[in-house]
Design a protein around this ligand. Sequence first.
Ligand SMILES: NC(=O)C1=CN([C@@H]2O[C@H](COP(=O)(O)OP(=O)(O)OC[C@H]3O[C@@H](n4cnc5c(N)ncnc54)[C@H](O)[C@@H]3O)[C@@H](O)[C@H]2O)C=CC1
Ligand SMILES: O=C(O)CCC(=O)C(=O)O
Length: 452
Amino acid sequence: MSTIKDKDLAAFMEAVIARNPGEPEFHQAVQEVAMDIVPYIKDNKRMQEMRILERMTEPDRIVSFRVVWQDDAGKIQVNRGYRVQQNNAIGPYKGGIRFHPTVTQSVLKFLAFEQVFKNSLTGLPLGGGKGGADFDPKGKSDAEIMRFCQAFMTELSKYIGQFTDVPAGDIGVGGREVGYMFGQFKRLKDTFEGVLTGKGIEFGGSRIRPEATGYGVVYMMEAMLDRIGEKLDGKVCLVSGSGNVAQFCAEKLLDLGAKVVSMSDSSGTVYKEDGLSRDDLQWIMDLKNERGGRLSEAEKGIGAKFYKGNRPWALPGELAFPCATQNEIEEADARALVKTGCRGISEGANMPSTPEAIDIIREAGIMHAPSKAANAGGVAVSGLEMSQNSLRMSWSREEVDEHLKKIILNIHTQCVDKGGCDHDVNRIDYFKGANIAGFDKVANAMLAYGAV
Ligand SMILES: NC(=O)C1=CN([C@@H]2O[C@H](COP(=O)(O)OP(=O)(O)OC[C@H]3O[C@@H](n4cnc5c(N)ncnc54)[C@H](O)[C@@H]3O)[C@@H](O)[C@H]2O)C=CC1
Ligand SMILES: O=C(O)CCC(=O)C(=O)O
C-alpha cells in the first residue's frame, strides 16, 4: 500500500491490520476511507471518545457456513458461504452476494465496509452488508446453479429478512440466481416478503434494477462533466468488463452519444477504434448472457481487435469506466491513463483502483469518482425495490429512472460539498467528498445510540 505520512493515520491502520491479519483487501478499503476520516475527526472529541471509526471497521457479525450440493455427475461438492453484516445504524443490512472462486472473508469484508458508506450516500435507509461463496459458476449447468443457490439459501435464510438483511446480486449472481434463492427462501419460510432485491418483475422486482448500476456510473460522469461545462456526446470511452455493470454502462454511453471503444473480460480486451455499434454491444450481451463465451470470439464475431491478456487502460480514450473487478487499475495502468490523456474516471466496479493508482490519478488532476459514489445506482434502485415491495406497488421505468438520476445527482452534490481541495478551489476530491458525506450520516446515528 502507499506510504502513510500522518502519524494518527499510521497508528490507526496499524491497529486495523493487527486486528485483521491476512486481509489485504479489507485493509485497503479501510485505508481509503481512513485517509480522509482520521484528519476530519481529529478535533471532534465526541467522535474520538465514542471510537466511532474503530467501531465502524468492526463488522456487527460475520456468519460463515458450509454449502453442500450435488453436481450433475452425482458427486458431492462442498463450498464455503458467508454473510458479513457490517453496520445497520441507518437501516437493515443491504448489499449483494458474490459467487466467484476468489471470494474470501477479506474480499467480503472490504465490500461490506464500502457498502456502508455507499448506502449512506444514497440518502435511503440502508445499512451495509455483503455475502457470497467461493463457488465458481463458470461451466456449471443450470441445474447445478439451482442446486447450489438452494443449498446456499437454506443456510443464509436463518440470518436474513426484509427488516434485518436484504441481499441482492453481484459478480456471478444475476436475475436467475436471485430467482432460485428467493424461491428457496419462500419455500423454507412460507412468507412472501422483499427479502432479496434484483428479483424478476413478476415477483416483486423493480424496473431498471438490472440497468441501474451501469446507468448510474454514466450519470455520475455526466454530472462531473457538467460541473466543468462539458458533455458526454462524442467523447471516446474505455469500458472494462463485460458483465452486468459493463453492459449497461456501455448501453447508456451509446444512448448519450459517446463512443465506446473497448470492453474486456479476464481473457483480454476488445477494441474498435470507431466505436462499438448497438449491434456489436448486443452481440457481446448475447455472448456473455446466453452463450457463456469469451471475448476472444469478438475478432470473428464483430470484427474487433482482441488484445489477449490486456486491460484497456493503455488504449487511447478520454474517459474511463472500470466495470470489471477490484484492483483492475494498478500503478502502471494509471500511468498509461495519464499518458493517453484520460480526463475522467467513473468507477463501476468496487474498489477498482489500487492506492498507488489513486495517488497518480489525483496528482494528474483527473476527475475520479470512487465506486462508493459512482456505482451507488444499483443499491439505490434496490432501495426503491424495497419501497415498492412495502407499498405493494410497481413503478414505471420512467419513474424509477427519474429517482435514480436524482439520487446520483444528489451524491455528486454531496461529493462537491465535502470534497473541496484547499490547494485548488476549482478541484474536487471526489474520494474525500464521498468518504466524509457517507461517514457523517452513519456516525451521527451511531452517536445517537450511545455505546452499543
Ligand atoms: N451488479 C451490481 O448491481 C453491482 C456490481 N458492482 C460491482 O461491479 C463489478 C462487476 O460486477 P457485475 O457486472 O455485477 O458482475 P457480472 O457477474 O455480471 O460480471 C462479472 C464481471 O467481472 C469481470 N471480472 C471478474 N473477474 C475478473 C478478472 N479476474 N479479470 C477481469 N475481469 C473480471 C468480468 O469480465 C465481468 O465484467 C464488481 O466489482 C461488482 O462488485 C457494484 C455495484 C452493484
Ligand atoms: O443492490 C444491492 O443491494 C447490492 C449492490 C451491491 O452489492 C453493491 O453496491 O456493490
